[in-house]
Design a protein around this ligand. Structure first.
Ligand SMILES: Cc1ncc(COP(=O)(O)O)c(C=O)c1O
Length: 367
């Protein structure tokens, strides 16, 4: 079977571990064992978790206000995305995806044989979804509308009211609404409810990787109505019938300390977002939409600067990495992550500005 490349993840694998100033990682700076307050009693090497470790499933169910039977724990949100897509999509089904997009959310439906239709989230519209565009794209063949909230790569939020409407549009054509909500709990303004709380055929995907700073645990989840659960379990058996027990045990501690972890993330990202603001303020070669939370933003490069060339120069000259927008179907943008250690983000942003200045100088010298 031919698996088409997921270019972004291949690029990440080849590049990020050797760079000094890494502004590509959408996870907040990792939480240490001491910060989390894990004790020996919290750790277990094996136990009952064929349907997820009971205490973790219960904590997630309580958080979402759904019965425990509506929760499936997965190996990160990455596995959740695959399971949900494989459970919902048959070859030739129409699936609506957003652009710019997190690449696996495009590749997986495409790999499963879906007919992909792209819903543009233009920079000029603040990366917001235009409902009239969505209404134009849906048909009775639409099987799923798959989104991110907060939006990856821009960090922009879709508010509760609009989400409700999108849910209604999905329902109206018999489709599921699937939302990867891995950044949702970090929204700065009014809290936004997960779509799984809206009713049947609404699927929420979550994770401890991003805004909880616990990527190493590889704990994600799906919350959905019970009709989808047996399909998810059946597909899961092809990969692994259970997750790593120690991770699920430690995830219990994380879920109990959820609010403290979110406060930590807010403290880190507030400081870092200010560095990004200061760096971009007054520049005539960059425009951006401020994110509504999360750890990423997606500035646009002006004056004809190419994102691939800028990123290469930034890496070669300043040992600093941001993600070229090309990996999100948005040439001329870069994704900057501001979840890292403040000193790394500040120095990385200084380097970003130096690289932009270099590019401008080059253009004025060589035309
Ligand atoms: C929107 C979105 N969904 C899912 C994932 C995967 O998360 P995880 O690390 O939990 O597998 C990512 C990772 O960047 C993401 O941005």
């Amino acid at each position: 079977m031919h698996f088409p490349r997921i270019n972004f993840l291949e690029w990440v694998r080849e590049n990020v571990e050797t760079v000094e100033y890494n502004l590509t990682d959408s996870c907040v700076h990792p939480v240490s064992i001491n910060e989390l307050g894990v004790t020996y009693d919290d750790i277990g090497l094996s136990g009952n978790n064929y349907c997820g470790y009971g205490e973790l499933v219960d904590l997630l169910a309580t958080t979402y206000g759904v019965p425990a039977r509506n929760v499936v724990i997965t190996h990160g949100a990455s596995m959740a995305i695959f399971l949900v897509c494989a459970a919902l999509i048959e070859a030739e089904d129409e699936v609506i995806l957003e652009a710019p997009n997190y690449e696996p959310l495009y590749r997986i439906p495409y790999f499963l044989g879906a007919r992909v239709r792209m819903l543009d989230r233009p920079f000029e519209n603040g990366f917001q979804i235009a409902l009239e565009d969505l209404e134009r794209l849906v048909s009775r063949n639409t099987k799923a509308i798959i989104l991110t909230n907060l939006h990856n790569p821009s960090g922009v939020a879709t508010n509760a009211e609009k989400l409700q409407t999108i849910g209604q549009i999905a329902k109206g054509c018999g489709a599921s609404l699937v939302v990867s909500e891995v950044f949702l709990d970090s929204v700065i303004s009014q809290p936004i409810p997960p779509v799984a709380t809206f009713g049947r055929h609404m699927v929420s995907i979550g994770s401890l990787s991003k805004i909880y700073g616990l990527e190493g645990l590889r704990i994600g989840w799906v919350v959905c109505d019970e009709t989808l659960i047996p399909h998810l379990r059946r597909i899961e058996n092809y990969f692994s019938p259970r997750n790593a027990f120690p991770s699920e045990k430690i995830a219990v501690v994380a879920m109990r300390n959820r609010q403290a972890l979110l406060a930590r993330t807010r403290a880190i990202t507030q400081v870092n977002l200010n560095y990004v603001r200061q760096a971009l303020r007054g520049r005539s070669d960059v425009a951006w939409v401020e994110p509504d939370g999360g750890t990423v933003c997606f500035p646009r490069l002006l004056g004809g600067i190419e994102s691939m060339s800028l990123c290469k120069h930034l890496q070669d000259t300043y040992d600093t990495l941001v993600v070229p927008g090309d990996f999100f179907w948005a040439k001329g943008h870069v994704r900057i992550s501001f979840g890292g250690k403040p000193e790394i983000v500040r120095a990385g942003m200084d380097n970003f500005c130096k690289a932009l200045d270099d590019m401008k100088r080059r253009r004025s010298m060589f035309g």
